[in-house]
Design a protein around this ligand. Structure first.
Ligand code: GLU
Length: 441
């Protein structure tokens, strides 16, 4: 491919940036970076009723957050009305367009050519539209604004776009746009249409399938690199088995020939898995700074134990927001107990007697600065009591966390500290009955 490829992402600020839109932006970005070309941004705000500045801001914020940085300045269609006006006049002069009345106001239509139109799609191969596959269509509305088809062609030509990469939903627009290129005597760019993104129920991705706006993923604590990685896999394949890619690897491996022809299926569980893999790959330093920034508003992030606790969960969370769900017990004043866990691990009288013994050992000689010292102590105690270690580990875990699953018990104990651990054990031993709750008694 030549070195001077120029592609663009051309969102309409009539809604938030959603998963499908980001994927289009990403594929354009990857192609431009791979080929050392230019990735341009154009805001298609010619629909005066539906375009909103807050959507435009949200789109730009999302692109910036993802690091999909564009080259040069942003082109805004609403600021280019004079240019479209001139080109409409050219079309009329050349006999390719004509004025008509719409609600008592003048508008302009393009004359559909009387022939078939075909193009070589970069993804789908030859696509042909027979004669009369579309009728005359509006290029300038009665409010003086151009329509999408017309502004798109004028701008792609002026921006010297070489490849138009966009969703399959635009395939039927392409012959109309090619007809305008030809009427103006311009060479059309190459077109490549990306298969659409569907939900797992095989219907087009919509709010029904969960969050589709990118900002929702930002708020939930996904990493930009993971979103890009997952979206790249939605409709593209590197040819091998690799599933986790850094941004640099995506750029290096991307090619239009790897784009699938069939629709892609969005799987939020897979996205979570990809995100967890990217979290795991962060250096501890970068992880702590990112998760700290994510929780900067939350009071628990101000606690001195926040960093070691967050590190303990680095390999266990799939999104940053999950940290809060998993670690509530570290910070809760009044522990929330899982009644079933209490029932299973604390209801036997003998268990509580053993726990009482273990608590005494901890009070007397527990060194909480080192998890492995705590482990040795527990094993010695269980041996002395003639029980296996698990018979102390599980009840202790429930007593100090309220739940049956946590990261390594001794690390959790060390992080909670001696006073809290003893106090919680004491509380659970005394109150186990009410903690089980009425249903399990
Ligand atoms: N504004 C159009 C959209 O958001 C862009 C289509 C195109 O890339 O030509 O779908």
């Amino acid at each position: 491919m030549n070195q001077n490829i120029r592609v663009r992402f051309a969102p309409s600020p009539t809604g938030t940036l959603h998963i499908g839109g980001v994927r289009t932006a990403l594929f354009n970005y990857l192609l431009a970076r791979k080929e050392k070309g230019a990735f341009l941004l154009r805001i298609e705000d010619t629909d005066r009723e539906r375009s909103r500045p807050e959507f435009e801001k949200e789109i730009l914020d999302s692109l910036n957050w993802l690091g999909l940085h564009w080259d040069g300045s942003i082109l805004k269609q609403s600021q280019r009305l004079g240019i479209y006006q001139k080109m409409v006049e050219t079309l009329i002069q050349k006999g390719h367009a004509y004025s008509f009345e719409e609600n008592g106001k003048k508008a302009v239509k393009f004359k559909a050519p009387n022939r078939s139109i075909q193009f070589q799609d970069l993804v789908h191969g030859l696509i042909r539209f027979e004669q009369n596959s579309f009728e005359d269509f509006v290029v300038q509305k009665s409010d003086g604004f151009p329509t999408y088809h017309f502004a798109c062609v004028v701008d792609d030509h002026e921006m010297e776009i070489t490849h138009v990469i966009r969703g399959d939903d635009h395939i039927s627009n392409t012959p109309k746009q090619i007809a305008i290129y030809e009427a103006l005597g311009w060479l059309p760019p190459q077109f490549g249409h990306l298969p659409l993104v569907f939900g797992q129920d095989k219907s087009p991705l919509s709010k029904r399938h969960g969050a589709t706006a990118l900002s929702a993923y930002h708020k939930e604590g996904y990493l930009p690199e993971a979103i890009l990685n997952y979206l790249a896999l939605l409709g593209w394949s590197s040819g091998g088995n690799q599933e986790i890619f850094s941004r640099e690897e995506l750029i290096e491996k991307f090619s239009l020939s790897g784009i699938n022809k069939t629709n892609a299926c969005f799987d939020s569980e897979k996205l979570k898995w990809v995100n967890s893999e990217h979290i795991r790959r962060l250096s501890d330093e970068s992880y702590l700074s990112q998760i700290g920034a994510f929780f900067s508003e939350a009071s628990f992030s101000k606690q001195k134990q926040f960093s070691p606790i967050a590190l303990l969960y680095k390999g266990r969370i799939r999104t940053f927001s999950e940290l809060l769900e998993h670690t509530g017990f570290f910070f809760e004043q009044q522990l929330v107990f899982d009644p079933q866990a209490v029932h299973k691990h604390l209801s036997a009288d003998q268990t509580r007697q053993h726990l009482e013994e273990w608590k005494k050992v901890l009070e007397k000689e527990g060194d909480f600065s080192n998890p492995s010292v705590l482990e040795t102590l527990l094993r010695q105690t269980s041996e002395r009591l003639g029980i296996n270690a698990g018979a102390l580990i599980h009840p202790t875990r429930v007593a100090i966390s309220g739940r049956s699953v946590t990261p390594g018990l001794f690390e959790v104990m060390a992080l909670l500290g001696k006073d809290v651990v003893i106090e919680r054990m004491q509380y659970a031993i005394m109150h186990f009955k009410q903690l089980i709750g009425p249903t399990n008694e």
